[in-house]
Ligand binder design. Structure first.
Ligand code: OAD
Length: 253
């Protein structure tokens, strides 16, 4: 069962021959692991929670404990889930192409746990915590104070999750690495993202302008669908392994 999806031969050919591959992922790739997305109408986090109250610097300034607790809850939830077949297929793809970069908007750390190494976590990682004053990563903290977030052991400022909030800049090294790879790739896979949040959503445009074949993997249409050469409508945990198997059938694991 090499290719149950009937992928375009030109796509499979590009998978096999591409020298520089960039993959952009979003919350949808972790859906099968049980991590909620943000914008899906009924199940997305932003359907239930207001991002302005939870994911902005001003929300943290207004109500640091509410923000801390929301992320602490998500951190605990992410610790209970596992990478799925889509994450694993991307780790395998990395082994098969000469130059590879996986750019994720996800903060759940599942790509790294699946074995991806050339990885840019554009929006940070929810497992990490940093000082809200000088951004130093803190390994151990004390959750005991009920009314306020834990404090930095060095300076006493509140600790915060090491994620990017709305209204904040992305880490410069992360976005530079992602942009320069996107501007110089011959294949880009865009999986499980609504393509609503910039600058991540600009990356497929750069890839397309550079002459790359752009492939969207998403059960639903997005603003990026129009620029994709291939729109593979399905769950990434199904489509990504099938795509890798279709390109390298003789080496089935
Ligand atoms: P969204 O929640 O905006 O989009 C999730 C996408 O995944 C949608 O297009 C769904 O159709 C698709 N999807 C759902 N289930 C899927 C599945 N099983 N397989 C493949 N795709 C599936 O999530 P993101 O695009 O990641 O930022 O959101 C971007 C950023 O907005 C996030 O990183 C976060 C959020 O606010 C910050 O927190 C800074």
């Amino acid at each position: 069962m090499a290719d149950p999806f009937g992928f375009a031969p030109a796509l499979i050919d590009r998978m096999r021959t591409a020298r520089r591959v960039v993959v952009l992922t979003g919350a949808g790739v972790s859906a099968e692991s049980g991590v909620p997305t943000f914008r899906d109408a009924l199940t997305g986090l932003w359907a239930t929670f207001d991002p302005r109250e939870l994911a902005t610097p001003s929300a943290f300034a207004r109500n640091p404990k509410l923000v801390w607790d929301w992320y602490a809850q998500r951190r605990a939830q992410v610790a209970t889930v596992s990478p799925n077949a889509g994450h694993r297929a991307l780790a395998e793809l990395e082994e098969r192409v000469p130059h590879f970069l996986l750019v994720t908007q996800n903060v759940d750390g599942l790509h790294a746990r699946a074995g991806s190494r050339a990885l840019v976590e554009l929006h940070g990682n929810i497992a990490r915590v940093r000082c809200s004053r000088d951004d130093q990563i803190v390994e151990h903290w004390d959750e005991r104070n009920d009314a306020l977030p834990p404090r930095c052991p060095a300076c006493g400022s509140f600790l915060r999750p090491d994620v990017v909030w709305f209204e904040e800049m992305l880490p410069a090294d992360a976005i530079e690495r992602a942009e320069s790879a996107a501007r110089d790739c011959d294949l880009m896979l865009v999986a499980g993202t609504s393509g609503e949040v910039y600058p991540a959503a600009a990356l497929p445009h750069y890839a397309r302008a550079a002459g790359a074949r752009v492939v969207e993997i998403n059960p639903n249409a997005t603003p990026l669908s129009g620029l994709a050469h291939d729109t593979l409508r399905g769950a990434s945990a199904i489509v990504l392994p099938a795509l890798v198997r279709a390109a390298w059938p003789q080496e089935a694991t």
